[in-house]
Ligand binder design. Structure first.
Ligand code: RIB
Ligand code: CA
Length: 317
Protein backbone atom coordinates (compact mmCIF):
# COMPACT_ATOMS: atom_id res chain seq x y z
CA UNK A 1 0.00 0.00 0.00
CA UNK A 2 1.58 3.25 -1.14
CA UNK A 3 1.48 6.24 1.20
CA UNK A 4 -1.59 8.46 0.75
CA UNK A 5 -1.05 11.51 -1.44
CA UNK A 6 -1.21 14.82 0.49
CA UNK A 7 -3.91 17.03 -1.03
CA UNK A 8 -4.60 20.74 -0.65
CA UNK A 9 -8.23 21.40 -1.60
CA UNK A 10 -9.26 24.81 -2.93
CA UNK A 11 -13.02 24.97 -3.00
CA UNK A 12 -16.31 26.90 -2.76
CA UNK A 13 -18.71 24.55 -0.84
CA UNK A 14 -21.03 24.24 -2.53
CA UNK A 15 -23.05 21.05 -2.72
CA UNK A 16 -20.85 19.07 -5.08
CA UNK A 17 -17.79 20.40 -3.22
CA UNK A 18 -19.36 18.80 -0.12
CA UNK A 19 -19.52 15.40 -1.84
CA UNK A 20 -15.93 15.84 -2.97
CA UNK A 21 -14.88 16.55 0.63
CA UNK A 22 -16.75 13.45 1.82
CA UNK A 23 -14.92 11.38 -0.78
CA UNK A 24 -11.49 12.83 0.08
CA UNK A 25 -12.04 12.10 3.78
CA UNK A 26 -13.04 8.52 3.00
CA UNK A 27 -10.46 7.68 0.34
CA UNK A 28 -7.41 5.75 1.63
CA UNK A 29 -5.44 7.03 -1.37
CA UNK A 30 -5.29 10.63 -0.23
CA UNK A 31 -4.69 12.66 2.91
CA UNK A 32 -6.56 15.97 3.00
CA UNK A 33 -3.92 18.21 4.62
CA UNK A 34 -5.58 21.58 4.15
CA UNK A 35 -8.56 23.42 2.70
CA UNK A 36 -8.70 26.93 1.28
CA UNK A 37 -11.98 28.57 0.33
CA UNK A 38 -12.81 31.00 -2.46
CA UNK A 39 -15.97 32.81 -3.47
CA UNK A 40 -17.92 31.04 -6.17
CA UNK A 41 -21.07 29.09 -5.29
CA UNK A 42 -21.21 31.23 -2.16
CA UNK A 43 -18.85 33.72 -0.53
CA UNK A 44 -15.42 32.57 0.58
CA UNK A 45 -16.44 33.27 4.18
CA UNK A 46 -19.64 31.21 3.94
CA UNK A 47 -17.69 28.45 2.16
CA UNK A 48 -15.22 28.45 5.06
CA UNK A 49 -18.05 28.27 7.60
CA UNK A 50 -19.58 25.37 5.69
CA UNK A 51 -16.22 23.58 5.51
CA UNK A 52 -15.54 24.03 9.24
CA UNK A 53 -18.99 22.69 10.09
CA UNK A 54 -18.71 19.75 7.69
CA UNK A 55 -15.27 18.76 8.98
CA UNK A 56 -16.49 19.02 12.59
CA UNK A 57 -19.42 16.75 11.78
CA UNK A 58 -16.96 14.32 10.21
CA UNK A 59 -14.73 14.45 13.28
CA UNK A 60 -11.90 16.04 11.34
CA UNK A 61 -11.11 19.26 13.18
CA UNK A 62 -7.44 18.42 12.60
CA UNK A 63 -7.63 19.68 9.00
CA UNK A 64 -6.85 23.42 8.73
CA UNK A 65 -9.39 25.58 6.89
CA UNK A 66 -8.13 28.92 5.58
CA UNK A 67 -10.10 31.82 4.17
CA UNK A 68 -9.27 32.78 0.59
CA UNK A 69 -10.30 35.40 -1.89
CA UNK A 70 -13.71 37.05 -1.62
CA UNK A 71 -13.35 38.92 -4.94
CA UNK A 72 -11.87 37.68 -8.19
CA UNK A 73 -8.96 39.13 -10.15
CA UNK A 74 -10.99 41.23 -12.55
CA UNK A 75 -14.36 41.61 -10.84
CA UNK A 76 -15.98 41.54 -7.41
CA UNK A 77 -17.88 38.50 -6.12
CA UNK A 78 -21.42 38.82 -7.42
CA UNK A 79 -23.48 36.76 -4.98
CA UNK A 80 -22.90 33.15 -5.96
CA UNK A 81 -25.47 30.60 -7.13
CA UNK A 82 -28.17 30.22 -4.43
CA UNK A 83 -30.56 28.78 -7.01
CA UNK A 84 -28.12 25.91 -7.46
CA UNK A 85 -26.48 25.48 -4.05
CA UNK A 86 -29.02 27.08 -1.71
CA UNK A 87 -28.79 30.40 0.13
CA UNK A 88 -26.07 29.11 2.48
CA UNK A 89 -24.16 27.11 -0.13
CA UNK A 90 -25.09 23.72 1.33
CA UNK A 91 -28.61 23.29 0.05
CA UNK A 92 -30.14 25.38 2.84
CA UNK A 93 -29.31 22.65 5.38
CA UNK A 94 -28.39 24.14 8.75
CA UNK A 95 -25.37 22.21 9.99
CA UNK A 96 -24.40 22.08 13.69
CA UNK A 97 -22.08 25.08 14.07
CA UNK A 98 -18.51 24.12 14.85
CA UNK A 99 -16.80 26.20 17.51
CA UNK A 100 -13.64 26.19 15.38
CA UNK A 101 -12.75 29.28 13.35
CA UNK A 102 -10.64 29.63 10.22
CA UNK A 103 -6.88 29.27 10.37
CA UNK A 104 -4.94 32.46 11.11
CA UNK A 105 -3.29 32.04 7.69
CA UNK A 106 -4.96 33.02 4.44
CA UNK A 107 -5.61 30.28 1.87
CA UNK A 108 -2.53 31.44 -0.05
CA UNK A 109 -0.35 31.30 3.08
CA UNK A 110 -1.69 27.84 3.94
CA UNK A 111 -1.04 26.55 0.42
CA UNK A 112 2.52 27.93 0.39
CA UNK A 113 3.22 26.46 3.86
CA UNK A 114 1.89 23.06 2.77
CA UNK A 115 3.93 23.21 -0.44
CA UNK A 116 7.05 23.50 1.73
CA UNK A 117 5.96 20.84 4.24
CA UNK A 118 5.12 18.35 1.47
CA UNK A 119 7.59 19.67 -1.11
CA UNK A 120 7.41 17.64 -4.31
CA UNK A 121 4.45 15.54 -3.09
CA UNK A 122 1.61 18.01 -2.59
CA UNK A 123 -1.34 17.65 -4.99
CA UNK A 124 -3.53 20.72 -5.50
CA UNK A 125 -7.19 19.90 -6.15
CA UNK A 126 -9.02 23.07 -7.24
CA UNK A 127 -12.80 22.81 -7.51
CA UNK A 128 -13.84 26.45 -7.37
CA UNK A 129 -12.73 29.64 -9.13
CA UNK A 130 -8.93 29.67 -9.30
CA UNK A 131 -8.30 33.04 -7.66
CA UNK A 132 -6.32 31.69 -4.68
CA UNK A 133 -4.05 29.66 -6.93
CA UNK A 134 -3.30 32.71 -9.06
CA UNK A 135 -2.53 34.77 -5.96
CA UNK A 136 -0.24 32.00 -4.68
CA UNK A 137 1.65 31.92 -7.98
CA UNK A 138 2.07 35.68 -7.82
CA UNK A 139 3.24 35.55 -4.20
CA UNK A 140 5.72 32.74 -4.86
CA UNK A 141 6.55 31.99 -8.51
CA UNK A 142 8.55 28.95 -7.34
CA UNK A 143 5.37 27.21 -6.11
CA UNK A 144 5.12 24.87 -9.14
CA UNK A 145 8.58 23.45 -8.28
CA UNK A 146 7.11 21.98 -5.08
CA UNK A 147 3.79 20.69 -6.48
CA UNK A 148 3.40 17.13 -7.78
CA UNK A 149 0.23 17.81 -9.77
CA UNK A 150 -2.75 20.13 -10.07
CA UNK A 151 -6.24 18.80 -10.76
CA UNK A 152 -8.89 21.34 -11.72
CA UNK A 153 -12.62 20.88 -12.09
CA UNK A 154 -13.37 23.44 -14.77
CA UNK A 155 -13.85 24.34 -18.37
CA UNK A 156 -15.74 22.99 -21.34
CA UNK A 157 -13.96 21.76 -24.46
CA UNK A 158 -16.67 20.54 -26.84
CA UNK A 159 -19.53 20.75 -24.33
CA UNK A 160 -21.66 23.87 -23.99
CA UNK A 161 -20.99 25.90 -20.89
CA UNK A 162 -23.18 25.98 -17.79
CA UNK A 163 -22.98 29.61 -16.70
CA UNK A 164 -22.94 30.99 -20.25
CA UNK A 165 -23.39 29.20 -23.58
CA UNK A 166 -19.63 28.68 -23.78
CA UNK A 167 -18.19 29.00 -20.27
CA UNK A 168 -18.10 26.76 -17.21
CA UNK A 169 -18.69 28.50 -13.85
CA UNK A 170 -15.29 28.05 -12.15
CA UNK A 171 -13.44 29.44 -15.17
CA UNK A 172 -16.02 32.11 -15.93
CA UNK A 173 -15.83 33.47 -12.38
CA UNK A 174 -12.11 34.15 -12.73
CA UNK A 175 -10.78 33.62 -16.28
CA UNK A 176 -7.57 35.53 -15.60
CA UNK A 177 -6.80 33.21 -12.66
CA UNK A 178 -7.51 30.16 -14.81
CA UNK A 179 -5.17 31.49 -17.49
CA UNK A 180 -2.44 32.03 -14.88
CA UNK A 181 -2.84 28.47 -13.59
CA UNK A 182 -2.68 26.99 -17.09
CA UNK A 183 0.34 29.15 -17.97
CA UNK A 184 2.37 28.00 -14.95
CA UNK A 185 5.06 25.32 -15.26
CA UNK A 186 3.32 22.31 -13.64
CA UNK A 187 1.28 19.28 -14.64
CA UNK A 188 -2.41 20.10 -14.80
CA UNK A 189 -5.29 17.66 -15.20
CA UNK A 190 -8.35 19.58 -16.36
CA UNK A 191 -11.71 17.90 -15.70
CA UNK A 192 -14.30 19.78 -17.81
CA UNK A 193 -18.06 19.63 -18.22
CA UNK A 194 -17.51 17.29 -21.20
CA UNK A 195 -16.95 14.49 -18.70
CA UNK A 196 -18.49 15.73 -15.44
CA UNK A 197 -21.98 16.13 -16.92
CA UNK A 198 -21.85 12.46 -18.01
CA UNK A 199 -21.53 11.16 -14.44
CA UNK A 200 -24.54 11.54 -12.16
CA UNK A 201 -25.75 10.43 -8.74
CA UNK A 202 -29.14 8.70 -8.45
CA UNK A 203 -31.89 9.32 -5.89
CA UNK A 204 -31.35 5.73 -4.73
CA UNK A 205 -27.69 6.53 -4.02
CA UNK A 206 -28.70 9.73 -2.21
CA UNK A 207 -31.06 7.65 -0.07
CA UNK A 208 -28.12 5.38 0.81
CA UNK A 209 -26.37 8.41 2.31
CA UNK A 210 -29.53 9.33 4.24
CA UNK A 211 -29.76 5.80 5.65
CA UNK A 212 -26.18 5.82 6.95
CA UNK A 213 -25.54 5.77 10.71
CA UNK A 214 -23.00 8.59 10.57
CA UNK A 215 -24.41 12.14 10.92
CA UNK A 216 -21.86 13.50 8.43
CA UNK A 217 -22.91 11.08 5.68
CA UNK A 218 -26.59 11.73 6.42
CA UNK A 219 -25.90 15.47 6.11
CA UNK A 220 -24.33 14.92 2.69
CA UNK A 221 -27.55 13.19 1.59
CA UNK A 222 -29.66 16.05 2.96
CA UNK A 223 -27.47 18.72 1.33
CA UNK A 224 -27.91 17.03 -2.06
CA UNK A 225 -31.71 17.41 -2.00
CA UNK A 226 -31.79 21.05 -3.17
CA UNK A 227 -29.18 20.27 -5.86
CA UNK A 228 -31.32 17.40 -7.18
CA UNK A 229 -34.21 19.82 -7.58
CA UNK A 230 -32.00 22.14 -9.61
CA UNK A 231 -30.95 19.39 -12.02
CA UNK A 232 -34.47 17.98 -12.54
CA UNK A 233 -35.29 20.09 -15.63
CA UNK A 234 -31.95 19.41 -17.35
CA UNK A 235 -31.83 15.66 -16.71
CA UNK A 236 -35.57 14.95 -16.53
CA UNK A 237 -35.03 13.13 -13.24
CA UNK A 238 -33.92 13.90 -9.71
CA UNK A 239 -30.19 13.51 -10.00
CA UNK A 240 -27.08 15.69 -10.14
CA UNK A 241 -23.89 16.03 -12.10
CA UNK A 242 -20.76 14.97 -10.23
CA UNK A 243 -18.49 17.88 -11.18
CA UNK A 244 -16.24 18.19 -8.11
CA UNK A 245 -16.52 14.60 -6.89
CA UNK A 246 -15.36 13.30 -10.26
CA UNK A 247 -12.35 15.63 -10.20
CA UNK A 248 -11.57 14.40 -6.68
CA UNK A 249 -11.84 10.75 -7.72
CA UNK A 250 -9.54 11.35 -10.69
CA UNK A 251 -7.04 13.18 -8.44
CA UNK A 252 -7.13 10.26 -5.99
CA UNK A 253 -6.69 7.71 -8.76
CA UNK A 254 -10.03 6.15 -7.85
CA UNK A 255 -11.27 6.45 -11.41
CA UNK A 256 -9.14 6.74 -14.52
CA UNK A 257 -9.68 8.82 -17.63
CA UNK A 258 -10.34 6.60 -20.66
CA UNK A 259 -9.59 9.51 -22.98
CA UNK A 260 -7.29 12.38 -22.02
CA UNK A 261 -5.29 14.56 -24.38
CA UNK A 262 -2.27 16.75 -23.77
CA UNK A 263 -3.36 19.69 -25.85
CA UNK A 264 -3.06 23.46 -25.48
CA UNK A 265 -5.99 25.02 -23.61
CA UNK A 266 -6.33 28.79 -23.57
CA UNK A 267 -8.90 30.90 -21.72
CA UNK A 268 -10.87 33.80 -23.14
CA UNK A 269 -10.21 36.57 -20.60
CA UNK A 270 -12.20 39.18 -22.52
CA UNK A 271 -15.38 40.80 -21.27
CA UNK A 272 -17.26 39.70 -24.38
CA UNK A 273 -19.65 36.79 -25.00
CA UNK A 274 -16.73 34.37 -25.01
CA UNK A 275 -15.58 35.30 -21.48
CA UNK A 276 -14.39 32.25 -19.58
CA UNK A 277 -14.42 29.93 -22.58
CA UNK A 278 -11.69 27.27 -22.48
CA UNK A 279 -10.45 26.85 -26.02
CA UNK A 280 -8.80 23.47 -26.49
CA UNK A 281 -6.83 22.81 -29.68
CA UNK A 282 -8.42 19.52 -30.73
CA UNK A 283 -7.37 19.74 -34.35
CA UNK A 284 -5.73 16.65 -35.87
CA UNK A 285 -7.46 14.11 -33.61
CA UNK A 286 -9.42 12.41 -36.41
CA UNK A 287 -7.10 9.45 -36.82
CA UNK A 288 -6.57 8.87 -33.11
CA UNK A 289 -5.27 10.65 -30.02
CA UNK A 290 -2.60 13.21 -30.77
CA UNK A 291 -0.69 14.73 -27.87
CA UNK A 292 1.18 17.99 -28.25
CA UNK A 293 4.87 17.79 -27.34
CA UNK A 294 5.72 19.74 -24.20
CA UNK A 295 2.13 20.55 -23.25
CA UNK A 296 1.61 19.86 -19.54
CA UNK A 297 -2.18 20.23 -19.53
CA UNK A 298 -4.05 16.91 -19.68
CA UNK A 299 -7.65 17.46 -20.81
CA UNK A 300 -9.93 14.67 -19.64
CA UNK A 301 -12.65 13.90 -22.17
CA UNK A 302 -13.96 10.50 -21.08
CA UNK A 303 -14.08 8.32 -17.97
CA UNK A 304 -15.51 4.84 -18.60
CA UNK A 305 -15.49 3.81 -14.93
CA UNK A 306 -18.79 4.07 -13.02
CA UNK A 307 -17.64 7.09 -11.04
CA UNK A 308 -20.88 7.41 -9.08
CA UNK A 309 -20.66 3.81 -7.87
CA UNK A 310 -17.03 4.30 -6.86
CA UNK A 311 -17.78 7.55 -5.04
CA UNK A 312 -20.74 6.09 -3.14
CA UNK A 313 -18.90 2.90 -2.24
CA UNK A 314 -15.93 4.90 -0.94
CA UNK A 315 -18.04 7.32 1.11
CA UNK A 316 -20.18 4.50 2.57
CA UNK A 317 -17.23 2.23 3.34
O1 RIB B 1 -19.38 24.29 -13.04
C1 RIB B 1 -19.34 23.43 -11.93
C2 RIB B 1 -18.41 23.97 -10.89
O2 RIB B 1 -18.87 25.25 -10.45
C3 RIB B 1 -18.38 23.10 -9.62
O3 RIB B 1 -17.13 23.23 -9.00
C4 RIB B 1 -19.44 23.72 -8.77
O4 RIB B 1 -19.24 23.48 -7.37
C5 RIB B 1 -19.25 25.18 -9.08
O5 RIB B 1 -18.18 25.65 -8.27
CA1 CA C 1 -17.03 23.86 -6.62
Amino acid sequence: MTAPVPVYLDCDPGVDDTVAIAYLLASPAVELVGVGTVSGNTSAAQAARNTLDLLALAGRDDIPVALGAHDHLDHPFSGGAPHVHGDNGVGGIVLPRSDREVDERTAVELLLDLSRTYAGRLHILAIGPLTNIAHALEADPSLPDRIAEVTVMGGAALSPGNITPVAEANIYNDPQAAAALLDADWDVTLVPLDVTLEHTLSEEQRQQFLADDRPFVVAVGQILDHYFDFYLPSYGARTCALHDPLAAAIAAGGVSPSRALQVPVVVDVSQGPGRGQTIADLRGQRTGPRHHEGVRTRLVLDVDDDAAAHLVATILA
